[in-house]
Write a protein that binds this ligand. Structure first.
Ligand code: ATP
Ligand code: MG
Length: 443
């Protein structure tokens, strides 16, 4: 993409309304614009990142055996009256009335809707287990929408629902989803710690939140610092023994959100020098709640012995749009964003230091063509701007690689190749730079 043609409305100044760095940087780098309190439009750069995050989330759900579907944003009020949550949910629920005076609501979550579908479609115990998910916009009329997409009112969530015949199989499903979450966040390039959590309005008795540690996070958390993450890339979801070992590794040490915190247990289990208390961003949560919805909503099947049993359920959410903010909170410096490679909006910033100069223009056009056809996603800064302005924008937007082409270097066949995270900063021959970039893009 040529920057001269790209819609990238960057801001030089820090917007006053943005209290935290991810919100500032998302506005400044032209990723989003607020449409109403807690409701955002995703501009091309932001939408590219959101789509990449969504793709990783989807791929890992699919690998874990979940099947994607799509439920509507609007739900009939009756469904929620049957589960008893219509009143309980309170003012966070956006209620609407249609022209026939029928009550609808903009879905804050989908337990009721999917349980009802299952209740009406599935009859035999042979139909289970099932794991179904969708990625859909939710609405919660938060009291205090803030921090940009981190606490929006309208936000994109991946929510998955599991249906099992008995507790033992439901627990195995919970474990598999737990590992799917860990793998998803690892692939995105985020350091995430699962913590024991309260179940809140979803209900049930077993739950974990997946937390990115950050001072700007809204959840208070307590943890044992003696923890080392392990690489999960080769974990097979059907390998129950391995999955259980991963769960054991990630849950053996004390790590709880403040609602579940037990000061006595903390002091008892964790030696003083390892005790940590701080803040974190909740990017996902998993729940096992048994028959809380299947019982009132009639999701029952005839078991092998002819008896009627309510199915055992769990639900599993990931805040897809919140993740974009959380990634920035975890990865930035004073000049801008530092995108982890897997979710970067483009792979490379190609900077033409002297747009208008025949040699520079020709060299850049040639490089752009070669890299693009080799599968490298290039944002080519071909604008007629001062080098300083181009570097500042490149730092702000934070693409993993930067290639700088100037008239002096070109004479000696040299270019400047840099990583935004500072791990590479070299003057190299043009061909070598191209070969390296093509190699990292997998071309
Ligand atoms: P929170 O405690 O932050 O209000 P929650 O526990 O109510 O979140 P869940 O019902 O667990 O949220 O929803 C699943 C995921 O959706 C959360 O882990 C979070 O990542 C995301 N999420 C929830 N509320 C919002 C929001 N207002 N804006 C953006 N993402 C959200
Ligand atoms: Mg939650």
């Amino acid at each position: 993409m040529r920057l001269s043609r790209y819609y990238l409305p960057t801001l030089k100044e820090n917007p006053k309304e943005a209290e935290i760095v991810s919100h500032r940087l998302m506005l400044r780098s032209g990723m989003v614009r607020q449409s109403a309190a807690g409701i955002y439009s995703w501009l091309p750069l932001g939408f590219k990142v959101l789509s990449k995050v969504e793709k990783i989330v989807r791929e890992e759900q699919d690998r874990a055996g979940c099947q994607e579907m799509l439920m509507p944003t609007l739900q009939p009020m009756e469904l929620w009256q049957r589960s008893g949550r219509y009143e309980d949910y309170g003012p966070e629920m956006l209620r609407v009335t249609d022209r026939h005076d029928r009550g609808l609501l903009y879905g804050p979550t989908n337990e009721e809707m999917l349980t009802d579908i299952i209740a009406n479609t599935v009859r035999s115990y042979r139909d289970f287990p099932k794991l179904l998910y969708h990625i859909q916009w939710k609405f919660r009329d938060e009291v205090r929408p803030r921090f940009g997409v981190m606490r929006g009112r309208e936000f994109l969530m991946k929510d998955c629902y599991s249906f099992d015949l008995d507790k033992d199989s439901a627990r195995k499903t919970y474990n598999k989803m737990f590992v799917a979450y860990l793998k998803t966040f690892q692939r995105i390039g985020l350091d995430v710690r699962p913590m024991e959590a309260e179940t809140g309005p979803i209900g049930g008795d077993l739950s974990h939140e997946f937390i990115v540690l950050a001072d700007t996070g809204e959840s208070g958390v307590f943890w044992d610092d003696d923890f080392k993450a392990i690489d999960l890339s080769d974990v097979d979801y059907d390998d129950e023994v391995r999955v259980a070992a991963v769960i054991a590794h990630f849950t053996e040490l004390y790590a709880r959100t403040e609602d579940r915190h037990d000061a006595a247990a903390f002091e008892d289990k964790v030696p003083e020098p390892r005790r940590r208390q701080g803040r974190g961003i909740e990017v996902g949560q998993v729940f096992y709640f048994g028959t809380k919805y299947s019982e009132p909503m009639g999701a029952k099947v005839t078991g092998p012995g002819g008896q009627s049993v309510a199915v055992e359920m769990g639900s599993y959410g990931i805040g897809v749009s919140r993740l974009v903010g959380a990634i920035i909170e975890a990865s930035h410096d004073e000049d801008g964003i530092i995108w982890p490679d897997p979710v970067a909006p483009f792979d490379l910033a190609l900077i033409n230091l002297r747009a208008g100069d025949t040699d520079c223009d020709a060299a850049c056009a040639d490089i752009y063509g070669k890299l693009t056809s080799a599968g490298v996603d290039v944002l080519y800064d071909d604008r007629d701007e001062r080098p300083g302005a181009k570097f500042a924008d490149a730092d702000l937007v934070g693409l993993p690689w930067r290639l700088v082409i100037g008239p002096r270097g070109l004479k000696d066949g040299k270019v400047e190749l840099k990583r935004r995270d500072g791990s590479v900063d070299e003057n190299v021959a043009l061909d070598e730079a191209l070969a390296r970039l093509i190699a990292v893009a997998g071309g």
